[in-house]
Design a protein around this ligand. Structure first.
Ligand code: SAM
Length: 337
């Protein structure tokens, strides 16, 4: 084994079951496409196991992570004491003003402006390590780690006295500057960079568009790993993290929606039929709480392939906050075409 995956804080990540998933796969080496890579926990595990990894997600924040940790094999970030004031400008402040008293206080948005400008003069992979750290800092400063929190709630939970009286936790980290969080985690992100002697790649594309691109380029895979944002789960990824993409003006306009129960199966069948054109094996993560049910999904898959293996494992899925622990059965379906 090589380096350790750093703290990414990604809702619905597969970190705890990643080794179990790898153990159940019918292949031990080759080229893998992680089509919905999210926080890159599976991509990183694939990389550690020596696979050639292509990591993709619609979110720019996840693309930045994939660039920093999956594609990058040696560059590390160095930050000399940044003189933040030097990077501040009014034009970018005006373009980020939508965040003021929505996600952060005014003085914090001003810091963000400087950090955005600073990132834009970084070259190559150190820029993506910096962006990954900034993403983590932005999330860490928001209570419950998601940008869908209402401003009144953010203000309430960021009141350290109130938080202590009510929850016996000050949560002082919400009130630290972005740069504090960046510096705090920089070493663990740098140490997570390693070379697995493969040409790994990162993409920010809609899953269907990306597969079509591979078809055109006659590029094939030994395995496609699929972990979409299933209906009836914590699946509002554009809401949770999309604010980061908006800051960097990198939002995608056309995204196939897997979050709605009425259209899920149609889109899923479309996706599987596309995957079939670029890979003989698809591994699909799902859990017993999603709607449509595992049975419904399975019966659609059986129309495409009769060769399916299903593995299951109890998994405590922790949404931030101790009252939200739920016991799910984690499932892995391996489909061979
Ligand atoms: C359940 S999460 C993946 C979690 C990931 N396996 C991990 O371990 O962190 C689903 C991901 O799919 C991405 N996504 C949603 N719709 C997509 C689409 N049409 N094409 C590509 N990615 C998409 C979301 O941004 C989200 O990061």
């Amino acid at each position: 084994m090589f380096s350790n995956y750093p703290t990414v804080n990604y809702i619905g990540n597969k970190l705890k079951v990643s080794q179990w998933i790898i153990d159940k796969l019918p292949i031990r080496k080759g080229k893998v496409l992680d089509l919905f890579c999210g926080g890159c926990s599976m991509s990183y595990k694939f990389k550690q196991h020596g696979f050639c990894v292509y990591a993709n997600d619609v979110l720019y924040s996840n693309f930045a992570l994939a660039k920093a940790l999956i594609e990058n094999h040696k560059e590390r970030l160095k930050l000399d004491n940044i003189e933040l004031e030097k990077f501040y400008n009014l034009k970018n402040y005006l373009s980020l003003q939508w965040m003021v008293n929505k996600l952060y206080f005014d003085y914090e948005v001003r810091e963000l402006v400087s950090l955005k400008n600073y990132s834009q003069q970084l070259k190559s992979y150190d820029k993506f390590i910096f962006l990954s750290l900034l993403r983590r800092a932005m999330i860490r400063k928001i209570p419950y780690s998601r940008m869908t929190m209402k401003w009144e709630e953010i203000v309430k939970f960021r009141d350290e006295e109130l938080s202590y009286q009510k929850y016996k936790r000050r949560r002082a980290y919400h009130n630290k500057p972005f740069l504090y969080h960046i510096n705090k985690e920089m070493q663990t992100y740098n140490l997570a960079v390693f070379d697995n002697q493969q040409k790994n790649k990162a993409f920010q594309m809609d899953c269907l568009q990306l597969i079509k691109k591979f078809e055109r380029d006659k590029e094939s895979f030994d395995l496609v790993y699929i972990d979409p944002p299933y209906p009836s789960t914590m699946n509002n990824y554009l809401g949770f993290y999309g604010g980061f993409d908006k800051v960097f003006e990198k939002e995608l306009s056309k995204i196939t929606d897997f979050t709605k129960k009425d259209s899920f199966l149609d889109n899923f069948v479309l996706l599987l039929n596309e995957c079939k054109k670029i890979s003989k094996v698809v591994a699909l993560s799902l859990n017993n709480k999603c709607t449509p049910s595992v049975k419904d999904i399975q019966s659609e898959i059986q129309k495409i392939s009769k060769n399916i293996m299903i593995f299951e494992k109890p998994h405590v899925y922790k949404v931030t906050g101790k009252n939200n622990k739920k016991i799910h059965k984690e499932l892995l379906m391996v489909i061979i075409f």
